[in-house]
Write a protein of this length. Structure first.
Length: 378
């Protein structure tokens, strides 16, 4: 008999795992209360950056590089080959660490003149710009749907229902009870509600904004970009949605997952101020759209991928804490998780629930807030 699994959640982590297990001949039931890639999930925006640079962290760099390969195998059209540029404000900061790690791993990177990448760009506050030419932009929502659909094609049963844990079982709102060799809970921000007794998650409000720009700002001609110390990221105009700007400091807490999703006017001003600061040629570009994302943040920004501590047999696993990084790693993390579930490989301690977790590498942009002048502080 093949092993069996119930995977709860059809965001990027749950869908990647359901796809991986179904294609490995597992008997999979994939449960989601809405639809894969729905707008209220952390997987709800249309696009994400996918890049290997993670500062001094080689493990995440390798995993993201593998995920990029797997996204392209799923469907090459999911990845826009734009490259990703890093605006380094210090000569020896996060980007210099990333440059050393990428080079040691054989992942292409180079220092470039940003004026050759962007139609308009301010550079007087930059020490250098690092380009990952093989990185790009991921059509994220389409990617989640493609993973979930491929899981079904490989034999997974998709179940639309609200689920709650009952020991090692999954109870659905229609009264059904699901049991399997393994139960994996990968339900994004809802993890805090279901497993708050063992998980330390903060659910935060993170907005992105789209600005209408001339055609010369289209991706892949214009790359994605990250200003790590400025705590802002974005990308060129992908699929006609406009230039995307995402303020990336940790946002306010989301009190209710059922609340209305309204973009924060303060964050909109932050995005507008950065647009004018970094790309003066489009400082007055009209706002044409916004999206409210919710992040499930762990204290150290690492994933949670671990057996539930109440069950010593490893039959129940908790998978979450995406902290804004799940798309960069999802398919590759699913590969590793299958081995961890089968006990053919020891789980990664950094993703556990115990004291082995470490806080020595910063993965999210933690940069300076905007100054009172309306420009990013240097």
């Amino acid at each position: 008999m093949p092993p069996s699994a119930v995977v709860v959640g059809a965001g990027v982590l749950g869908s990647a795992l359901a796809d991986r297990l179904a294609r490995s001949s597992w008997d999979v039931q994939h449960v989601e209360q809405y639809a894969p890639g729905h707008v209220r999930s952390g997987s709800g925006d249309e696009s994400r950056l996918i890049r290997a640079a993670h500062g001094a962290d080689a493990m995440h760099a390798r995993m993201s590089r593998r995920a990029l390969e797997l996204w392209r195998e799923l469907d090459p059209r999911l990845v826009c080959p734009s490259g990703v540029a890093w605006f380094a404000r210090r000569p020896d900061g996060w980007e210099a660490d990333a440059e050393r790690v990428l080079t040691s791993l054989g992942i292409p990177n180079e220092r470039v003149d940003p004026t050759e990448l962007f139609p308009s760009v301010r550079t007087d506050d930059l020490a250098f710009t690092l380009l990952e030419p093989e990185a790009g932009l991921l059509r994220a929502r389409d990617g989640v749907r493609a993973l979930a659909d491929r899981a079904v094609q490989a034999g997974a049963e998709r179940i639309v229902a609200v689920a709650r844990p009952d020991g090692e079982r999954v109870v659905l709102d229609d009264g059904r009870v699901l049991e399997a060799d393994h139960v994996i809970w990968a339900c994004g921000a809802w993890m805090a509600r279901l497993f708050g007794d063992v998980l330390d998650l903060r659910i935060t409000h993170q907005d992105v904004y789209y600005f209408g720009v001339p055609g010369r700002w289209a991706a892949p001609g214009v790359p994605g970009w990250v200003d790590f110390d400025g705590a802002v990221y974005g990308m060129g105009d992908l699929d006609g949605r406009g230039v995307k700007v995402g303020p990336d400091q940790e946002g306010p807490a989301i009190g209710s997952l059922d609340a209305e999703r309204r973009a924060d006017p303060t964050l909109e001003r932050t995005a507008r101020a950065y647009l004018g600061h970094r790309f003066p040629g489009i400082a007055d570009a009209p706002l044409v759209g916004s999206r409210v994302c919710q992040y499930e943040m762990t204290p150290d920004e690492h994933f949670v991928v671990a057996p539930h501590p109440a069950f010593s047999d490893g039959r129940v696993w908790l998978v979450g804490g995406g902290s804004g990084h799940a798309f960069k790693h999802g398919p590759a993390l699913a590969e590793r998780l299958e081995r961890w579930i089968l006990a053919s490989e020891a789980p990664e301690p950094a993703f556990g629930l115990g004291p082995e977790r470490h806080h020595d590498v910063q993965l999210r942009t933690g940069g300076s807030p905007l100054s009172g002048s309306g420009e990013p502080s240097g």
